[in-house]
Design a protein around this ligand. Structure first.
Ligand SMILES: Nc1ncnc2c1ncn2[C@@H]1O[C@H](COP(=O)(O)OP(=O)(O)OP(=O)(O)O)[C@@H](O)[C@H]1O
Ligand SMILES: [Mg+2]
Length: 508
């Protein structure tokens, strides 16, 4: 006897329909899974066998072949346990009726409980888009799946519950639609806690408004980490599309919080400098998104940038520009989006005091240059804004003056971001950092004075074409914060200043 059950698989960020068939025939008792399953699926037969027995059924003593179609896409993970079990019970005649247009996902425990799996959100979206009317998911994933309307989500606790439901003996009630509440986030780390450092706060405000990358360079204890960690408190609110995209990635990585099924706050990822290349970019035997993809639509903060292995940070070059990373494995190539804002912090040398206003650096020139050369020219070129974080002075540190809160800064950031969205909606980008080169002339009109200072700077600083584009984009953001349509002299001057630090540290 033969039976067909539908399930879902994940390839990169996209889901696909998997059809599971099982055939039970006479012969030497065996159970074989075909259709490009990986090792994790092959283990599934043992779980299915135990779950069937422990749920009060008999495992057929026959020759069983289970086929996962399409057979040309590699399938991984434990989510096929439940559909494989149902397919065997159907072939065996223990279940007679499976509603049409239904998909099933879930991992089994040996006792027959159904355990949560990763990637439920993209699978539910795909099921709905492909005309499925019902999706049966592990109970713990139901809130996540029910954020999608237009498909019935059935939360399943154990095998007995689903077999009773399918045999119409005891109904499972569909999960009510998850109420999506995008509450204003509350942050304990606030910019008002940082004394002085007005220039750095300003640079971070510009970065947040236009989604620009920032490199912070300065001596130990000057507040680089402190400032960067407060960046989430001034980032613009996420759009609904951004929320869904980011949640899909977090769902696949299995890092969604149980109490909040959607990622409504921009991610702020802080990988340690010992992180491997695969940890940062993604990969592994069961491919997983890396830190750069988990930071999608948010911030990737690389603290102590010079301590990262050079090979690891060099892999960032292409994803920074393209906002997507493609990983090629033996039989597959898959892509994850990774449009993030990169914030990096570093000391200027091994002792940390090179360029310090009143402390002596004890490093040799060769040691300084070796230290900084970990950050290659091309990577430096991709950092839009370079800021020197000087040690905070006593006057600022001991001042009791009330400082501007993150909420006030975020209001300005949101206003500037809305101006950008409106201007850029026709070219389908939502921040100045993403303006394509061919659109720069049209979107960044300059006053005569601005044009002439930009020309002088270009020749004097020996800017690269990328450097020129970056100055235009940063000055566009500065003008947006200033609510000016045309970029003026002051805007360009400020932008140029953020691109000139490399001369002090890297060109000696
Ligand atoms: N501007 C400031 N206002 C208030 N406190 C500050 C300021 N700068 C530094 N501090 C204090 O100094 C501590 C150290 O700062 P932080 O860790 O950010 O330095 P850092 O520049 O990252 O140093 P390192 O290069 O060693 O990583 C902070 O936790 C904070 O308590
Ligand atoms: Mg630090």
């Amino acid at each position: 006897m033969n039976s067909k059950i539908f399930s879902m698989g994940i390839n990169g960020l996209e889901a696909f329909v998997v059809t599971i068939e099982s055939d039970i025939s006479n012969g030497i008792p065996s159970c074989e899974i075909v259709g490009l399953p990986d090792a994790s699926i092959k283990e599934s037969k043992n779980r299915v066998r135990a779950a069937i027995k422990n749920s009060g059924f008999k495992f057929p003593v026959s020759r069983i072949i289970i086929n996962l179609a399409p057979a040309d896409i590699r399938k991984a993970g434990s989510l096929y346990d439940l559909p494989i079990l149902l397919s065997i019970l159907k072939s065996n005649g223990k279940i007679t009726d499976i509603p049409e247009k239904s998909a099933f996902i879930g991992e089994l425990s040996l006792s027959g409980d159904i355990c949560p799996v990763n990637g439920v959100l993209p699978m539910t979206i795909h099921a709905k888009q492909n005309g499925f009317e019902n999706i049966f998911v592990p109970e713990k994933n139901a809130v996540e799946a029910a954020t999608i309307s237009g498909i019935n989500v059935y939360p399943v606790k154990n095998v007995r519950e689903i077999t009773d439901h399918l045999q119409k003996e005891k109904n499972i009630s569909p999960q009510p639609q998850t109420n999506i509440q995008i509450k204003p986030s509350e942050f304990t780390l606030d910019f008002s806690q940082v004394k002085g450092q007005y220039n750095v706060k300003r640079a971070l405000e510009i970065a947040a408004a236009g989604n620009h990358n920032v490199l912070l360079i300065g001596p130990p204890g000057s507040g680089k980490s402190m400032l960067a960690k407060r960046l989430p408190s001034i980032l613009p609110e996420m759009t609904f599309d951004e929320i869904i995209e980011t949640t899909k990635i977090h769902s696949i990585a299995g890092i969604l919080q149980n109490n909040s099924p959607l990622v409504t706050q921009r991610p702020f990822r802080t990988p340690h400098h010992t992180t491997s290349t695969a940890g940062l970019s993604g990969g592994g035997s069961i491919p997983q998104p890396g830190e750069i993809s988990l930071a999608h639509n948010g911030v990737l903060f690389l603290d102590e940038l010079s301590e990262f292995s050079r090979a690891t940070i060099e892999t960032l070059r292409q994803p920074i520009e393209e906002g997507i990373i493609t990983l090629s494995r033996a039989k597959i190539a898959l892509s994850y989006p990774c449009s993030f804002m990169l914030i990096a912090a570093t000391n200027p040398c091994p002792c940390g005091y090179f360029g310090h206003p009143n402390k002596q650096c004890t490093c040799s020139p060769a040691a300084v240059s070796r230290y900084l050369s970990k950050i290659s020219g091309p990577l430096l070129d991709r950092m839009d804004i370079h800021v020197e974080v000087s040690p905070v002075n006593f006057e600022n540190l001991s001042s009791t003056e009330m400082l501007e809160t993150s909420e006030t800064i975020r209001k300005r950031v949101n206003e500037a971001r809305n101006i950008q969205k409106e201007r850029l909606k026709l070219i389908n980008v939502n921040s100045n950092s993403k303006i394509p080169a061919h659109m720069l002339q049209k979107t960044c009109p300059l006053t005569e004075k601005a044009k002439s200072i930009l020309e002088k700077a270009f020749n004097k600083l020996g800017l690269s074409a990328r450097g020129y584009d970056k100055i235009l984009k940063i000055s566009r953001t500065i003008a947006d914060l200033d609510k000016k349509e045309k970029i003026d002299f002051d805007h360009i001057c400020e932008a140029i200043q953020y691109r000139s630090l490399d001369r002090k540290y890297w060109q000696k």
